[in-house]
Ligand binder design. Structure first.
Ligand code: BES
Ligand code: ZN
Ligand code: ZN
Length: 510
């Protein structure tokens, strides 16, 4: 759950660094590999021979091998991790390799793990800071497991508790330390989001989701305001109210504000879909995999995780977070197909299918967002199953009305490996969600489900003067939960959005 891993940086070398295990990263290119091995053999000849000859370790990406050092150096074990060929190296190579090293360390019950900062390929365009950040993220996030409900607790004891990155280069020390600090804080944000997504709907419902936001805000010095059902009614958030009608748990609207003294005048608004359980409502989903729908608040989780990290990192940008939160349940009092909603701001929508509830609650929040005179609004939502069909679990769909904003988000996606793929918003798609009796209908005819959902949202992004504010919509239905574990993501909640948004906001500040 919470990792509480201590991180540090030190100026030392392979011989003197004292830890339970020391990890060394190696490139695969034959000449470079040989040079690196020769260096290592100066200290640990028999051990390295065993690894390269018996285990035939060649530095391939994803490969790993370990040995006892027989205390020829200060650390007890050595772990060699392959990075692959230099011309293919990206930040993700370091993230993955660090995750593999840390996972191996965990299996070996290593408590204190040291990592030797790698020499960089010639002409490599990424900074030392970003590489250190990637190494830190990979190592830290690889240790996560959602084990809150597993008894008896033993998993926690096996995790590595201390991570050190060392270098003998004086000039890199500060940069590595900065990168590692970023990694540690951002990973905490990702883990907060993962925990929220993985928690069952009996634990995380609108009220408790709001309490998590309030607690985080108090702890890290940003502001959280929570509207109860009455306040939501007074403010005419009719989409949020309508979706909540079938549930015995009242809705909440959560407003987060982070306004640092050093911020420029720009304001970014982040909107997160906070459906704490999506049964489909009267248009009930089938029971297969319905339990996954506890994750329908992943957008909200990403927004809270991002606020926590942004405030701890003291990013110089004004942030507003808007989270409409409710369950979507069937009952005698539930919203029905055919109902018509008058949203905040006055636009109306016809409810064709109560399972297309995300857009109904986002409509109020997006219409409300204009009040903050935003430089840009970014919403994150597990909005459509169509995006899972189109992109699976390895890309988030991005749609919006501003190419520059979208390309900045895509660039942050490449860097963090929370990759995105843009879908078009041609006017013609709007026809699919035309209603005969209201301004718009909440379900389109067959085809392009992710696009028609975004076309619905687009209807609500108007400023007072009728112009659209700059907006991007991220459909994270496929990327918010993973169906299998990987190097630094586990099966279940991925915490997608936090690393991406922090990277995007970091560049926005400069
Ligand atoms: N929360 C779901 C989308 C979803 C599906 C998220 C699978 C994660 C995994 C959303 O509220 C929904 O049910 N969308 C419907 C819309 C349709 C009825 C127009 C969908 O995509 O099937
Ligand atoms: Zn739904
Ligand atoms: Zn939903």
């Amino acid at each position: 759950m919470e990792l509480n891993m201590k991180t540090s940086t030190s100026q030392s070398n392979l011989k003197t660094t004292k830890a339970d295990a020391v990890a060394v990263f190696l490139y695969e290119d034959k000449k470079i590999f040989e040079q690196q091995i020769t260096e290592l053999k100066k200290l640990l000849k028999p051990q390295i021979e065993k690894i390269t000859e018996l285990e035939s370790f060649k530095g391939k990406a994803g490969s790993v091998a370990s040995a006892y050092t027989d205390l020829r150096i200060a650390s007890t074990r050595i772990i060699l991790v392959g990075l692959g060929e230099q011309k293919k190296i990206t930040l993700e190579s370091y993230r993955k390799a660090a995750a593999i090293a840390a996972k191996t360390a965990k299996t070996l019950r290593v408590k204190k793990l040291a990592m030797m900062f790698p020499k960089l390929p010639g002409g490599f365009k990424e900074t030392v800071e970003d590489i250190a950040q990637s190494i830190g993220e990979g190592a830290i996030l690889s240790q996560y497991k959602f084990n809150k409900y597993i008894t008896p607790k033993k998993e926690d004891k096996d995790r590595i508790s201390e991570l050190t990155i060392f270098t003998d280069e004086d000039s890199s020390l500060k940069l590595i330390s900065n990168g590692l600090k970023f990694a540690s804080i951002i990973s905490d944000g990702v883990i907060l989001a993962r925990n929220l997504v993985n928690a069952p709907a009996s634990e995380i419902y609108p009220q408790t989701l709001a309490e998590v936001a309030i607690k985080s805000a108090k702890r890290y010095g940003y502001k959280a305001t929570v509207w109860n059902k009455n306040k939501i009614k007074q403010n005419k958030f009719a989409g949020l109210l309508a979706v909540s009608l079938g549930s015995i748990r009242p809705p909440r609207f959560i407003i987060l504000e982070y306004k640092p003294a050093n911020a420029k005048h720009d304001t970014i608004v982040l909107v997160g879909k906070g459906i704490t359980f999506d049964s489909g409502g009267i248009s009930l989903k089938s029971s297969a995999n319905m339990s996954d729908m506890k994750m329908d608040m992943s957008g909200a989780a990403a927004v809270i995780g991002t606020f926590e990290a942004a405030s701890r990192l003291k990013l110089a940008v004004n942030l507003i977070g808007l989270i409409p939160a409710t369950e979507n349940m069937p009952s005698g009092s539930a919203m029905k197909p055919g109902d018509i909603i008058t949203h905040y701001g006055g636009k109306t929508s016809e409810v064709d299918n109560t399972d297309a509830e995300g857009r109904l609650i986002l409509a109020d929040a997006l219409a409300y967002a204009h009040k903050y005179k935003p430089t840009a609004v970014i919403d994150l939502a597990t909005l459509t199953s169509a995006v899972v069909v189109a992109l699976g679990h390895h890309a988030t769909a991005v749609l919006g009305n501003d190419e520059e904003l979208i390309s900045k988000l895509k660039a942050a996606g490449e860097k963090t490996y929370e990759r995105m793929w843009q879908l078009p918003m041609f006017d013609e798609y709007a026809k699919q969600i035309k209603s005969d009796i209201a301004d718009i209908k909440n379900m389109g005819s067959r085809g392009a489900g992710t696009i028609t959902a975004a076309m619905f949202l687009k209807k609500f992004i108007k400023t007072k003067k009728g112009k659209e504010y700059k907006w991007a919509h991220l459909d994270i239905a496929g990327t918010a939960i993973m169906d299998e574990s990987n190097d630094y993501t586990q099966k279940g909640g991925s915490g997608v959005g936090v690393r991406l948004l922090i990277e995007f906001l970091k560049n926005f500040c400069i």
